[in-house]
Design a protein around this ligand. Structure first.
Ligand SMILES: Nc1nc2c(c(=O)[nH]1)N[C@H]1C(S)=C(S)[C@@H](COP(=O)(O)OP(=O)(O)OC[C@H]3O[C@@H](n4cnc5c(=O)[nH]c(N)nc54)[C@H](O)[C@@H]3O)O[C@H]1N2
Ligand SMILES: Nc1nc2c(c(=O)[nH]1)N[C@H]1C(S)=C(S)[C@@H](COP(=O)(O)OP(=O)(O)OC[C@H]3O[C@@H](n4cnc5c(=O)[nH]c(N)nc54)[C@H](O)[C@@H]3O)O[C@H]1N2
Ligand code: SF4
Ligand SMILES: [Mo]
Length: 876
């Protein structure tokens, strides 16, 4: 069937907190055509590489299609009864705090609302926490300390309207690419200056006026320095100060702090202070470099202090801006999905708030104290206090700090339920009961993005197999636990209405989150709901907060918090001398369960790596493309070395995305200490300490295959390519018969093999064919194997005759690794075009090759490449 005639459906991208609107059309073959929604206020039609590739990720190949109990398929009744009865029995025997839910900022608001209601209103425990603890908890805590509520004051329009945008611990170019595009557009039209504050040189630095590579963790000192300068230079807004408490104290404490611990060049620091103080319209965007820290909450407040002191908050082009990571991180905060919150920004520990929610829900049991925050929750699983655990829409065996310990805790928990869309995750493999959820394009509900805009997600594909929406699964369990009335929902619209009604009650307590004007929304209006920024009340819709100086503390004022820089939790020692920084790549989403399905996205960076400074590499005798083993008391990882001055000496950077499904030994959180911020409970995922050493493999290999491979050597990492899979391999063991090994890896006992094996030199090249057609190939050498990977990945399924050489035939240009994933343009192609056609700008490269002209996500890297080629040319 040709889908071209079908109407497009408006929905939201399921990845980052930018919350881009998308227009979806089922192609009639199970696939999906995706384009940016030109009318959505987050993106106005733009998409990044991940959003553009959504259509490649909706296939059913890896989907979980039926419930499983102990690995065997089961029907829903059996699975739901088992879950409900086991939770009930556990609570009856050990009390409500012996069970826990660990959920996700990727759940829809309606899913999240039901989960929170079930735990906090009916099970009677607050042991529901979420991966937002690893993500937004410090921002939430910082907002609440300063404003009295968890309020994001500004909107995305401020990014368009600012004269200075400061990115603190945010790699916006890769992690919020559409906002970065909006920022670059502002830079072009009004000359917006950009400052990046990040220990690492990132893609976001390509267009920056100033990059401050501060010492890891030293943000408080940097912003204290700024506050002191604000005071010293008379830049405090005296009028606005009447709305503030704690100003003098915060300034005095800031003056006593020491900005030199940032390790920055004093001239650069001064340039930053001049720029910040001298520019009225400044937006300070911050993300995980701020939040994921044992002083995360203090970092947030150090930033908020500067905006409050200058009154630069809540007006056009002004304000602190915590950008949310996940698509519904904000919605999760609204429903109170964290263990220390109630619903609708109400406080669990406030008796009046509790009474109001209890009455509204008709709650049968409600906790009066906070539940366990993520790190403590998994500790309680490990030591047996938690006996039944339900994990929904998150992959903690990979993403939690001390991930090996978390994995073991889950494995040993007496009863673990996992709701996911696939059984092929490190966490799902540990489940006693596995529940199949409908995925993004199959479900209905709402999400709230970083600037408080609520958008609908709408289903365009049928639920496959027996998959059911998360809210529906949760409500079923609630009913089967005996709470029939409270969980008798017919559809998400009904849940949304209830949530909106409760927000009106919360507003009566002086809370900011109020969408009560939507409490009577009809099913039809919900179906047609257009993006709306909260609050949504009879009196007001959207807009900014705090320009009027009205805050949510009892006295109506904001609080500046006196904060002092603290050392990192992990101290470098002779045993673990390197600081390990971790973060994201442009084209992968977290634990890759969806983005890795796209060959286009997998082409960008197909292997886990660690960036290491050239001086450190030299000391450790590590050469480019060597493997490096990182170790500490928590665990280990083996990664490919990338030698780069983007990281500072003594620091390493590794991506978070690889799992036990995609690599042998690259779950980076196995190395991350479970040290947390004392206020927010957020772990310091950006600054553990590790030892690094060259991993001495006896052989290195590269493999391509039409079908999946059976890999079990010391090092392997695999990725999709257009017709199959590619893998990097290495081992310490001696393999005597490479042909037999290849047949085993590729499960091809009878294929025709062409082999060149040189035992003396330890090299082997093996191409397996079915008839003429290449089904797989393996290349092995004693040193990191130099073959032309980008060419070899095109071979399976073809009858190419020259595959055995591992080299591109002279007649074919080698495009090099993919830079532009939309158009599949490789680095070599771009470099050649720059050199041979004399291209001078990213736009000229786009015009010549198409690269960077669709989603624009690769533009910073193209700019970087251009600069490098020009520097090289200048030196020649
Ligand atoms: N492509 C892609 N985009 C994503 C995601 C994804 O998986 N892939 N995930 C989404 C989610 S959930 C989130 S939370 C966001 C995260 O978005 P970001 O926070 O922008 O991403 P990260 O790469 O985790 O970290 C940002 C930067 O913090 C820096 N950093 C480390 N330590 C410090 C420090 O002490 N101080 C400062 N100032 N900086 C430091 C790191 O070097 C890193 O460049 O991205 C969202 N968008
Ligand atoms: N070292 C280090 N660790 C980190 C971070 C870091 O920067 N450094 N970042 C942290 C942050 S900010 C975050 S947000 C976390 C993210 O970490 P996770 O939340 O663990 O990562 P995801 O891969 O997004 O996990 C989502 C899971 O939900 C499944 N899923 C997809 N759609 C659905 C659905 O509709 N329903 C259900 N039930 N399941 C679904 C996916 O298959 C996948 O298994 O990682 C954290 N861990
Ligand atoms: S910026 Fe990219 S990943 Fe984020 S919502 Fe938009 S399209 Fe999706
Ligand atoms: Mo996140």
């Amino acid at each position: 069937m040709d889908g071209a005639g079908l109407p497009e459906t408006r929905s939201t991208c399921p990845y980052c907190g930018v919350g881009c609107g998308v227009l979806l059309r089922a192609d009639g073959n199970g696939g999906l055509d995706v384009r940016g929604d030109p009318d959505h206020p987050a993106n106005f039609g733009r998409l990044c590489s991940k959003g553009s590739a959504l259509g490649q990720t909706v296939g059913l190949e890896q989907r979980l299609l039926a419930p499983r109990i102990d690995g065997a398929e089961a029907d829903w009744d059996a699975a739901l009864d088992l879950v409900a009865n086991t939770f009930k029995a556990t609570i009856a025997e050990h009390g409500p705090d012996s069970v826990a839910f660990y959920v996700s900022g990727q759940l829809l608001t309606e899913d999240y609302y039901v989960a929170n209601k079930l735990m906090k209103g009916f099970i009677g425990s607050a042991n529901i926490d979420t991966n937002s603890r690893l993500c937004m908890a410090s921002s939430v805590a910082g907002h609440k300390r300063a404003f009295g509520t968890d309020t994001v004051p500004g909107t995305y329009d401020d990014i368009d309207e600012a004269d200075l945008v400061v990115l603190v611990g945010s790699n916006l170019a890769w992690c919020h690419p559409v906002l970065f595009q909006r920022l670059l557009a502002a830079r072009q039209s009004r000359g917006t200056k950009i400052v990046v504050i990040d220990p690492r040189r990132t893609a976001s630095c390509a267009d920056a006026d100033l990059h401050l590579p501060l010492a890891p963790g030293s943000d408080v000192a940097l912003f204290n320095g700024l506050l002191a300068q604000i005071a010293d230079r008379g830049a405090v807004d005296a009028d606005y100060a009447s709305h503030l408490n704690g100003l003098d104290d915060a300034i005095a404490t800031a003056r006593a702090d020491d900005a030199t611990i940032t390790g920055l060049d004093p001239a650069d620091l001064c340039a930053f202070y001049d720029l910040w103080i001298g520019t009225q319209r400044v937006v300070t965007i911050y993300s995980q470099g701020v939040n994921q820290s044992t002083s995360g909450t203090d970092k947030v407040n150090a930033i908020l202090n500067c905006h409050l002191a200058t009154g630069r908050i809540g007006t056009t082009g002004c304000g602190p801006f915590s950008v949310t990571g996940q698509p519904n991180a904000m919605g999760g905060r609204e429903v109170g999905g964290l263990a220390n919150m109630l619903a609708c920004h109400l406080d669990l520990e406030n008796a009046d708030h509790r009474a109001a929610v209890r009455t509204f829900w008709g709650a049968t049991a409600m906790p009066s104290r906070q539940g366990l925050k993520a790190v403590d929750m998994f500790r309680a699983v490990a030591d047996g206090r938690i006996k039944a655990l339900w994990i929904i829409h998150t992959n903690p065996a990979v993403s939690m700090p001390d991930a090996d310990a978390v994995r073991d805790a889950i494995a040993n928990c007496p009863f673990t339920v996992v709701s996911d869309i696939t059984a092929q995750t490190d966490t799902a493999r540990l489940a006693d009961v596995l529940l199949p959820a409908t995925a993004w394009a199959e479900k209905d509900g709402t999400v709230t993005n970083s600037d408080r805009t609520i958008t609908r997600q709408r289903s365009v594909l049928p639920a496959p197999g027996r998959a059911r929406p998360d809210w529906d699964i949760l409500a079923e369990v609630g009913r089967r636990m005996g709470f029939a009335r409270a969980f008798d929902y017919a559809n998400p619209a009904e849940i949304f209405r209830e949530h909106a009604t409760l927000s009106g009650i919360a507003a009566g307590f002086g809370r900011d989150f109020d969408i009560s004007a939507l409490s009577g929304i009809s099913d039809t209006d919900y179906a047609q709901f257009q993006p709306a920024r909260w609050p949504v009340t009879q009196e007001r819709q959207g807009g900014r907060f705090f320009a009027d100086g009205a805050f949510f503390h009892p006295d109506g004022k904001a609080r500046l918090i006196a904060v002092t820089a603290k050392a990192l939790a992990s101290v470098a020692t002779a045993d673990a001398p390197f600081v390990l920084n971790t973060g994201r790549l442009r084209d992968q989403w977290h634990t890759m369960t969806r983005t890795a399905l796209s060959p286009r996205l997998s082409g960008h960076l197909p292997e886990p790596f660690v960036d290491i400074h050239p001086d450190d590499a030299q000391t450790l005798q590590i050469a480019t493309a060597d493997l490096v083993r990182l170790t500490n008391v928590h665990g280990q990882a083996i990664l490919r070395a990338r030698i780069s001055k983007d990281v500072q000496k003594g620091q390493l950077f590794a991506p978070i995305h690889w799992t036990g499904e995609t690599a042998r030994c690259a779950r980076i959180d196995a190395l991350v200490a479970p040290a947390t911020d004392p206020i927010s409970g957020q772990p310091e995922s950006k600054a553990g300490t590790v030892a690094a050493a060259r991993f001495a493999a006896a052989w290195y290999g590269f493999a391509v295959s039409r079908s999946d491979m059976a890999l079990d050597c010391d090092y392997w990492a695999k990725a999709r390519m257009p017709r199959g899979f590619r893998a990097e391999l290495a081992g310490t063991n001696v393999i005597d018969d490479w042909e037999a090994e290849a047949r085993r890896i590729f499960s091809a006992p009878t294929a025709t093999a062409a082999c060149v094996i040189d035992t003396a030199r330890g090299s082997a090249r093996i191409v397996l064919r079915d008839g003429n057609q290449i089904i797989a190939a393996l290349y092995v050498a004693r040193t990191p194997i130099a073959v032309m990977r980008d060419y070899l990945t095109t071979l399976p399924g073809t009858d190419a005759v020259d595959a055995l050489t591992g080299r591109v035939p002279a007649a074919i240009p080698n495009p090099g690794p993919t830079l532009c994933s939309c158009f599949g343009v490789g680095i070599n192609t771009i470099v050649t075009a720059i050199e041979s056609e004399g291209l001078m700008s990213v736009d000229q490269i786009g015009a010549a090759l198409g690269a960077g002209t669709n989603c624009g996500s690769c533009r910073p890297e193209i700019a970087d490449l251009l600069a490098r080629v020009r520097v090289k040319e200048a030196a020649e």
